[in-house]
Ligand binder design. Structure first.
Ligand code: GTP
Ligand code: MG
Length: 450
């Protein structure tokens, strides 16, 4: 038997064929739907069971982030909460910054499987300068949102078996000083409150007296309010849990004690911390708020924490990220703006920018070429000038040498002439000398004979 559409719905379906937006059709359909009573059992009352079966089959995931200074009992509390032993070694505390370490576990209770991630902020508060301590925590949370967003934006999505690593709750461990919150606590919680559900807890609550604890709780809450830090409020809109959640909201921050040690009290083994003066029972509500925390975190509000993470914190991240990328739901006239239109607008904007950039680059190229050209011309002119100068210098030098050569030639000629004249004179002198000698010889001979 096929369901017959009621009159109003059929009318709407006809109109939807033309221009009506799908969302508007859906809205009008739901408004126009008539209430009918069934004459027999159909079976859709099993929807909740179907949902439960499917969820049980898929299993659940829950990711807890523990933030708090070194040695506040973070690991011990996790072990106590889940009744198991997670990590063996204590965190290292000699690193320059805060390091995030995530450990994944698979737990099973009855037939329900839980993929649990415990994320630890190692070295938080160990540094002298604590200004940047929150940064790596914020970055880690954002990175998990980004990974989910990237998966969502993929064409082929596998969200049904995607390992969701988004942080569902941040347990913020406050040192049991009895005074006030440290600025590190306030700054970190303020930076985290729009990204994650924060549940503040007073750690090692056995080291603070009952009266002091009450005052400390009031002080912490008033400081959180005055600094505008939004912590997670257990939801009171579901009437099945409204009462317990309302009461528990008044107990925040929970003062907890952790221990994996079991001690025999009466004839029962109980988790407790034993001191020379007595025993602190972890699960005794007169001793601490451990049971309240476990109830609120795991038994009552685990699903709400997961839902708030998705609908509030992830949604905010996604919105900011998409807006940053230029996507918007409405145009400047407040008219709906589809993804296609956004894409086209963005593409045109991008192409415009690309053209502008191209034009700028072209102009820059032309300018650079002109610059280079004028530089080259300048260099060429300088070279020509230099060549002319050198040529002139060479000619001058050549002329000087020629003049010098000429004067030397003249000198040589004059010298030669003088030399010839001197030689002539000398030979004449020699000639006249030898004639006189001959004459005297003749005279002497002549006188001798006489
Ligand atoms: P790091 O990982 O090194 O930062 O330390 P942590 O915060 O994980 O602390 P851890 O659980 O290792 O506990 C540190 C010490 O505190 C251990 O000796 C625990 O036994 C002790 N401790 C843990 N919880 C409590 C508590 O509730 N009260 C008291 N008094 N001691 C506790
Ligand atoms: Mg630890």
């Amino acid at each position: 038997m096929y369901p017959v559409p009621v009159a109003g719905v059929r009318e709407l379906l006809v109109t939807s064929g033309s221009t009506m937006a799908a969302a508007e059709v859906a809205r009008q359909m739901s408004e126009g739907a008539r209430n009918l009573s069934l004459s027999g059992h159909v079976g859709f009352d099993s929807m909740p069971d179907q949902l439960v079966n499917k969820s049980v089959c898929q299993g659940f995931c829950f990711n807890i982030l523990c933030v708090g200074e070194t040695g506040l009992g973070k690991s011990t509390l996790m072990d106590t909460l889940f009744n198991t032993r997670f990590e063996g070694d204590p965190a290292v505390h000699n690193q320059p910054g805060v390091h995030i370490k995530s450990n994944n576990y698979e737990l099973q209770e009855s037939n329900v499987r839980l993929k649990l991630s415990i994320v630890n902020s190692m070295g938080f508060g160990d540094q002298i300068n604590k200004e940047e301590s929150y940064k790596s925590i914020v970055e880690f949370i954002d990175a998990q949102f980004e990974a989910y967003l990237q998966e969502e934006l993929k064409i082929k999505r596998t969200l049904h078996n995607y390992h969701d690593s988004r942080i569902h709750v941040c347990l913020y461990f406050i040192a049991p000083t009895g005074h006030s919150l440290k600025s590190l606590d306030l700054v970190t919680m303020k930076k985290l409150d729009s990204k994650v559900n924060i549940i503040p807890i007073i750690a090692k609550a056995d080291s603070i007296s009952k009266n002091e604890l009450q005052k400390f709780k009031i002080k912490i809450m008033s400081e959180l309010v005055s600094n505008g830090v939004q912590i997670y409020q257990f939801p009171t809109d579901d009437e099945t849990v409204a009462e317990i959640n309302g009461t528990m909201n008044a107990h925040l921050p929970f003062a907890v004690v952790g221990s994996t040690e079991e001690i025999k009290i009466g004839n029962k083994m109980m988790k407790a911390r034993q001191y020379p003066w007595g025993t602190v029972q972890v699960e005794n509500e007169n001793h601490c708020d451990f049971v309240k925390l476990r109830e609120m975190l795991i038994r009552v509000n685990m699903e709400d924490l997961r839902e708030q993470t998705h609908t509030r914190h992830y949604e905010l991240y996604r919105r900011c990220k998409l807006e940053e990328m230029g996507f918007k739901d409405t145009d400047p006239d407040n008219k709906p703006f589809s993804l296609q239109e956004t894409y086209e607008a963005k593409r045109n904007e991008f192409l415009g920018e690309l053209q502008k950039k191209e034009e700028e680059m072209r102009q820059m190229f032309v300018m650079r070429v002109k610059e280079k050209e004028s530089e080259l011309k300048e260099a060429e002119k300088e070279l020509h000038d230099k060549f002319d100068r050198l040529k002139k210098l060479h000619q001058d030098e050549k002329k000087k040498l020629e003049d010098k050569k000429k004067s030397l030639d003249d000198e040589i000629n004059a010298f030669k002439q003088r030399k010839t004249a001197a030689e002539l004179l000398q030979s004449q002198a020699q000639q006249s000398g030898s004639q006189q000698t001959l004459k005297r010889e003749k005279e002497r001979k002549n006188s001798g004979f006489l």
